[in-house]
Design a binder for this molecule. Structure first.
Ligand code: BES
Ligand code: MN
Ligand code: ZN
Length: 490
């Protein structure tokens, strides 16, 4: 899908006509014109299909007359479903029109924010990662190239769509990064791709092993030790609010997680290319914020490593000294994400003194046991930030569920030789991981609101949903963009 154009309503001569319709609809505008031009075939067809305009409902009427290839009706649900319903309807419509070259959306009766949201839904669902498929037949490829959205007020729809388009760009960037195979996307390559944000006005600093060594990033560098691919940390800054205190987002970027010496079983190990999804989300989020010129100062920090077993790899039993000065006894080299985050969080907090820090990580298998693939785990030291995050998640359909933090879980992290172990045992595995990370949120100079999102269950989808095709979801980009828009801008 190339372009989405907003236009004044004109009945199309060819292609698909899409009708977003709410419950209790009456055909108006283009829908009514098309119905009249086909001798009432559309009203009769919708009736025969049992189409009522319900949320998630759709109906396709093939060649209803004239030169239209099809009319696709998609339900908006009860009126007042707002932008979320419109976005979902756009997503639902996309696969039903993808084999047409052109489509016209009859959005004359939608308010501008909803026609813009419908367009964003189309775009989000149309995402494909097909750069490595060289033998796909033309038939199997989507043909849709021209989408026009018929609206009463073109400038209003365009204005509403501009920020959504920037957010969709960010989502697609994240999906691209997370989808890339791990031989192509390793830490240095991922850092290079961050540089692409410079053209949006984001400043990008890349630190390599020598600089990280100098900073004393012993926890992060310990994870990288087994790999021939060098570690990186990338610091991205978007300044949209003068010299206001920034907000900070921190991502786990393990470009491949074999487990290291505590190696993972072979079955399904290929999935661990997605272990950089936290970092990928931070990068896409920075692109979204900069792309829509958000009135906020935002810092994105990502720790990029590959976790490999080799003769130079970190061992169980090793003790590393983190950037914070705290020492860590490595018990399981597969609990590597928290080691990466430990150094980056401490660094981000001390350098930027942010209003809040949110980190994202595909941190534990245990969060999938707890929450499945429907909610990401939310751990936080701050009730206000937690509420804001949970509400933003609800608003964009990226749901969070708050999990406990409690000193009582610290027992398992006690080490005989160092300040802590890197694992706390099987019970409450996601919580002990969060307790570990919290030790790298400094409380000496007062309270910094911090939240950790464990996205291990939500960063990848095995089936399509309205605006998320299966594969990399970019879970968190829209959520955190919304958090900023609702509470930290202007
Ligand atoms: N990247 C994994 C977490 C993960 C596992 C994500 C499965 C998605 C699916 C993480 O680095 C890891 O290996 N965690 C271990 C921690 C354990 C060793 C304490 C886990 O969850 O098994
Ligand atoms: Mn691991
Ligand atoms: Zn991992």
């Amino acid at each position: 899908m190339t372009d989405i154009l907003f236009v004044k309503p004109v009945l199309p001569r060819a292609g698909a006509l899409v009708l977003p319709l709410a419950e209790g609809f009456v055909l108006e505008g283009l829908a009514k014109q098309a119905d009249e031009a086909t001798g009432g075939a559309i009203a009769r067809g919708l009736e025969a299909a049992g189409f009522k305009g319900k949320k998630g409902q759709s109906a396709t009427l093939w060649a209803p007359g004239g030169h239209l290839s099809r009319v696709v009706a998609v339900g908006l649900g009860a009126t007042g479903g707002g932008t979320q319903a419109a976005e979902a309807a756009g997503g639902t419509a996309l696969p039903l029109i993808a084999s047409d070259v052109e489509a016209t959306i009859a959005a004359e009766s939608l308010p501008a924010p909803e026609s813009a949201a419908f367009a964003a839904g189309l775009r989000l669902r149309a995402y494909r990662f097909d750069k490595y498929r060289t033998k796909e037949s033309a038939e199997d490829k989507p043909k849709l190239t021209r989408v026009t959205i018929a609206v009463p007020d073109v400038p209003a729809a365009q204005a509403a769509h501009a920020p959504l388009s920037a957010i969709a760009d960010g989502v697609c960037l994240t999906r691209d990064l997370v989808s890339e195979p791990p031989n192509i996307l390793y830490p240095a390559e991922m850092a290079d791709r961050c540089r692409a944000l410079e053209k949006l006005g984001v400043s990008v600093e890349v630190l390599g092993p020598a600089e990280l060594e100098k900073l004393g990033f012993g926890a992060l560098l310990g994870v990288a030790m087994g790999s021939a691919r060098e570690a990186r940390m990338v610091v991205m800054q978007w300044r949209g609010a003068g010299d206001a205190q920034p907000v900070a987002f921190i991502g786990k970027g393990v470009t491949f997680d074999t487990g290291g010496i505590s190696i993972k079983p072979a079955g399904g190990m290929e999935d661990m290319k997605f272990d950089m999804a936290g970092a990928g989300t931070v990068i896409g989020l920075m692109a979204a914020l900069a792309g829509r010129r958000a009135k906020v100062n935002a810092v994105g920090l990502v720790g990029l490593v590959e976790n490999m077993p080799s003769s130079t790899a970190q061992r169980p039993g090793d003790v590393v000294t983190s950037h914070s000065g705290q020492t860590i006894e490595i018990i399981n080299t597969d609990a590597e994400g928290r080691l990466v985050l430990a150094d980056v969080i401490w660094y981000g907090q001390h350098r930027f003194k942010p209003r809040f820090m949110v980190n994202l990580a595909t941190l534990t298998g245990a969060i999938i046991v707890a929450l499945g693939h429907e909610h990401a785990g939310l751990f936080s030291n701050d009730d206000t930030l937690s509420r804001q995050l949970a509400e933003a998640g609800k608003a964009v359909g990226e749901k969070l569920w708050r999990m406990p933090l409690d000193e009582a879980y610290d027992k398992g992290l006690k080490s005989e030789i160092a300040d802590m172990k890197n694992v706390g045992g099987r019970p409450g595995g996601s919580i002990t991981a969060a307790q570990f990370i919290q030790r790298f949120v400094d409380t000496k100079d007062g309270h910094t609101p911090w939240a950790h999102l464990d996205i291990a269950g939500t960063a990848w989808a095995t089936k399509d949903s309205a605006i998320v095709p299966k594969g990399a979801t970019a879970f968190g980009v829209r959520l955190l963009d919304r958090l900023v828009a609702d509470h930290y801008e202007g």
